[in-house]
Design a protein around this ligand. Structure first.
Ligand SMILES: *[C@@H]1O[C@H](CO)[C@@H](O)[C@H](O)[C@H]1NC(C)=O
Ligand SMILES: *[C@@H]1O[C@H](CO)[C@@H](O)[C@H](O)[C@H]1NC(C)=O
Ligand SMILES: *[C@@H]1O[C@H](CO)[C@@H](O)[C@H](O)[C@H]1NC(C)=O
Ligand SMILES: *[C@@H]1O[C@H](CO)[C@@H](O)[C@H](O)[C@H]1NC(C)=O
Ligand SMILES: *[C@@H]1O[C@H](CO)[C@@H](O)[C@H](O)[C@H]1NC(C)=O
Length: 386
């Protein structure tokens, strides 16, 4: 007992509890009390040990070094608690699930949600306009990878909204997510409104993500002008297919796109991204890694929506569709010295840098480093490990 007491000074309460438990197990195995009681007790002990093991490994998943503070860890406790109490609901159009539409399922979630709610969305075409409101955190849309559900709409910026005024780009989204900690897996987000060259008011967003700490795996984003509104916050996209004509990924999020396929359907000339970093001290910017660019027309990699627009492509295959100049300042030469448009170890005919604008940066190993991992989006503190 003395040894235990001395040791306890350096032990955490949980470790202390485990130590006491292990002493108890020892005692019990020596004693010969009733076996059903023993079993119940052992189950309880192993439940605790298991819980502790889970807790420590999940903590490792959700813990990270605090930036600039050596030795200080940050834990996203809200997320941790939400994941520990997750529930599932099923959406199926044939009535075999809990709900027939995604909107109905969302309506069943409390406004100030604190647990992970996984909406298993069965295959089908869901013609719905969806908003995940600001306080409805921790929602997951989970589709089937062999037959992903499609959520579709065709609103544009010029369509008249309920108040009698045009929706504008922001409200045109088929799916708008204002909540934090959103996840989508195997889902197709679509806006089918067409785009004619030179026309106005045809911005038609398939998905807008305005909440932070959002992750998208195996998703498709299909549209024309302004397909994916990567509005603001920390975002992760993995193995996604993103298609559009004009500025089809835009906004001022800080986002990492990995293993994605970016496909242009532009008829003439357009830009893949329009990133809106507006001043040099903002951490926002799009980083594309190990992706593929294909499609029609002539495509700039980015045009400067904000004066300090920041976009990086690394290890990306660029097909012929990419314009030799690569980047556009949107007709404002003062932006040439302010934007941060980087390329690193890209390949394919579109990656030929001979015709590039002089203010594009061919990144050194050191310059590229900050953009190459999930640390770019502080992923260690919140990204789910699937
Ligand atoms: C949008 O879709 C609806 C329903 O399919 C259709 O009635 C409408 O004409 C479409 N609007 C546009 C602008 O394509
Ligand atoms: C993503 O899709 C692939 C098939 O392309 C599938 O094997 C994988 O399980 C999917 N990932 C998730 C998280 O469902
Ligand atoms: C790069 O992307 C391709 C296609 O999505 C994927 O198959 C491959 O595993 C990725 N490579 C790495 C190193 O992530
Ligand atoms: C940059 O933007 C941030 C956030 O809007 C603001 O707090 C900061 O003052 C701005 N800095 C400059 C130099 O404009
Ligand atoms: C890059 O483009 C230039 C100009 O079009 C051309 O002369 C050169 O051969 C190209 N380089 C490669 C590696 O294809």
């Amino acid at each position: 007992m003395h040894t235990a007491c001395t040791m306890s000074s350096s032990l955490s309460p949980t470790q202390m509890l485990l130590l006491l438990l292990s002493l108890c197990i020892c005692k019990i195995s020596l004693a010969s009390s009733s076996s059903s009681e023993d079993d119940a007790f052992r189950r309880w002990v192993s439940w605790n040990v298991e819980n502790y093991r889970r807790e420590t490994s999940s903590n490792a998943m959700l813990t990270a070094q605090a930036p600039g503070i050596p030795g200080k860890k940050v834990v996203d406790w809200k997320l941790w608690k939400a994941e520990m109490s997750k529930i599932r609901k099923t959406v199926s159009q044939d009535g075999t699930g809990d709900y027939r539409t995604v909107s109905e399922a969302l309506n069943s979630i409390p406004a100030f949600n604190t647990r992970r709610v996984i909406l298993v969305v069965k295959p089908g075409i869901y013609r719905e306009k969806i908003n995940v409101p600001r306080q409805m955190s921790f929602v997951t849309f989970l589709g089937d990878s062999t037959s992903p559900p499609t959520i579709t709409g065709n609103d544009t910026a010029s369509v008249t909204g309920r108040g009698g005024t045009p929706l504008k780009t922001f409200q045109s989204a088929t799916v708008a997510v204002d909540a934090d900690y959103f996840v989508a897996i195997n889902v197709k987000f679509e806006n089918t409104a067409p785009h004619e060259v030179g026309s106005l008011g045809e911005q038609a967003v398939a998905l807008r993500i305005s909440g932070t700490k959002a992750a998208f795996y195996n998703c498709s984003f299909i549209g024309n002008q302004d397909t994916l509104y990567d509005h603001k916050g920390l975002h992760y996209f993995n193995n996604c297919f993103i298609q559009g004509s004009v500025d089809f990924i835009f906004g001022y999020g800080r986002s990492l796109y990995e293993n994605c396929h970016l496909n242009s359907v532009t008829k003439k000339v357009a830009s893949l991204t329009a990133q809106k970093r507006t001043n040099a001290s903002l951490a926002s910017g799009f980083s594309f890694k190990n992706s593929t660019i294909t499609g029609s027309g002539l495509l700039y990699l980015g045009r400067a929506w904000g004066d300090y627009s920041r976009v990086i492509f690394s290890y990306t295959f660029m097909d012929r569709v990419v314009a030799p100049q690569g980047w556009s300042d949107w007709g404002d030469p003062k932006r040439d010295a302010r934007v941060y448009y980087g390329e690193y170890k890209c390949s394919g005919p579109g990656a030929n840098t001979t015709g590039r604008v002089p203010w594009a940066t061919m990144l050194t190993d050191e310059e590229a480093q900050p953009f190459l991992g999930t640390y770019y989006i502080e992923g260690d503190t919140w990204l789910p490990s699937l």
